[in-house]
Design a protein around this ligand. Structure first.
Ligand code: ATP
Ligand code: MG
Length: 359
């Protein structure tokens, strides 16, 4: 891995009685795009503001590009923050908004012209140079805010819910664009969102924040497929969270009972002390469902109690004879079969890699 651009060491921050951030350790590599994903009030903005220097930690250390900046003011950190509200100057044109930071930095007029032009073309708002913020759409304002930050060529760009004011279609387009932009400029991005879809699309790695702590920090695929806690499993995507009893262990495998007659295997990662009860997470799309009834080792029967059509996918509610309730997601009608519908008997199974012990 390349060198660390941002390091948080045991960082804590309290506001009166509220422990907004509790002992966070986080390392973000140079050129990486990392998302802080978590529910409202979990401490995401506080973390960003501490990286930017607008808030000082009560405890811990912050290191930027190898330099301890724990007590440094914002202007001594090579960091820019883009807000959800864009915070554009209403009386300045697009061009002047983008140029503003360069003027503050004392960049010469000719270099300013060049860099403003590049930044405007980078975020694709050519033609709007003379417009004022009130003449722009939400997406265009967002681009100006990005250009204004990027034009300064900071080492780190912090983005606090930059897409939340946009409608769903535009947000989808902008999140892909944001990722491409980041790859092009190679600046380290820290992106804050409570939207799991944005997090998956945009990030190299995701840090899931809950109640001021980081519950898991990993690449997008790992965090989706191998959630470490029940919170991560349910906050990022959907999961069946089931209580299971450990029947036996050995050979790197755990045999679990989910309900009477329903025994599944999970991988034993050995990192937990298994009691007799564990919680497992199974993603709905990992439950294989067939409308034929058949018997094989590791297959179970159930009845579809509900079906929700979602276009390419259908969500099924399934109940087994022993009363275990599951949600499965299957492709809707394919060439050789129909989607199981309400009232039908089905056969289902799950692969051991997809039964994840989360607690
Ligand atoms: N300046 C402040 N004074 C007092 N309490 C604060 C302050 N800033 C944040 N808090 C509290 O700290 C906690 C974390 O707030 P923070 O803004 O970091 O959450 P967040 O994850 O960004 O939430 P959201 O998704 O709603 O933006 C909250 O309980 C909040 O009320
Ligand atoms: Mg916030």
């Amino acid at each position: 891995m390349s060198r660390a651009m941002i390091e948080l060491h045991n960082v804590s921050k309290r506001f009166g009685a509220v422990e907004a951030v509790r002992g966070v350790d986080l390392t973000i590599a140079e050129g990486e795009i990392v998302t802080l994903l978590g529910p409202s009030g979990s401490g995401k903005t506080t973390l960003l503001r501490m990286i930017a220097g607008f808030e000082l930690p009560d405890k811990g250390r912050i290191v930027l590009d190898g330099k301890d900046v724990t007590h440094a003011p914002p202007y001594e950190r090579d960091v820019r923050l883009v807000f959800q509200s864009y915070a554009l100057f209403p009386h300045l044109t697009v061009e002047q908004n983008v140029e503003f930071g360069l003027k503050m930095m004392g960049v010469s007029a000719s270099e300013r012209r060049e860099r403003v032009k590049d930044a405007i073309s980078l975020v694709r708002i050519e033609g709007k140079e003379k417009a004022r913020p009130h003449e722009l759409s939400g997406g265009q304002k967002q681009r100006v805010a990005l250009a204004r930050a990027l034009v300064c060529k900071p080492k780190v760009l912090l983005l606090d819910e930059p897409l939340s004011a946009l409608d769903a279609k535009l947000r989808d387009a902008m999140q892909v664009e944001l990722k491409k932009l980041q790859q092009k400029v190679g600046i380290t991005f820290v992106f804050v969102t409570h939207d799991q879809q944005s997090a998956l699309v945009v990030s190299d790695r995701i840090a899931v924040v809950n109640e001021g702590r980081i519950e898991q920090y990993a690449g997008v695929a790992e965090i989706y497929h191998r959630p470490k806690t029940a919170f991560v499993a349910s906050f990022l995507g959907e999961s069946n969270l089931l209580t299971a009893r450990v029947l036996s262990r050995g050979d790197g495998k755990v045999r679990l009972s989910l309900a009477a007659g329903i025994e599944v295997i999970a991988n034993d990662d050995g990192s937990r002390q298994y009691g007799s009860q564990v919680t497992v997470a199974i993603r709905p799309e990992k439950i294989h469902v067939e409308i034929f009834e058949f018997e094989m080792d590791g297959t179970f029967h159930g009845q579809v109690t509900d079906e929700i059509f979602r276009g390419p996918l259908a969500q099924l509610s399934i109940i087994t004879e022993s009363g275990l309730e599951l949600t499965a997601v299957v492709a809707t009608r394919t060439a050789d079969r129909d989607t199981p519908s309400k009232g039908e008997q089905v056969t289902w199974w799950v692969h051991r890699d997809d039964v994840v012990i989360v607690g």
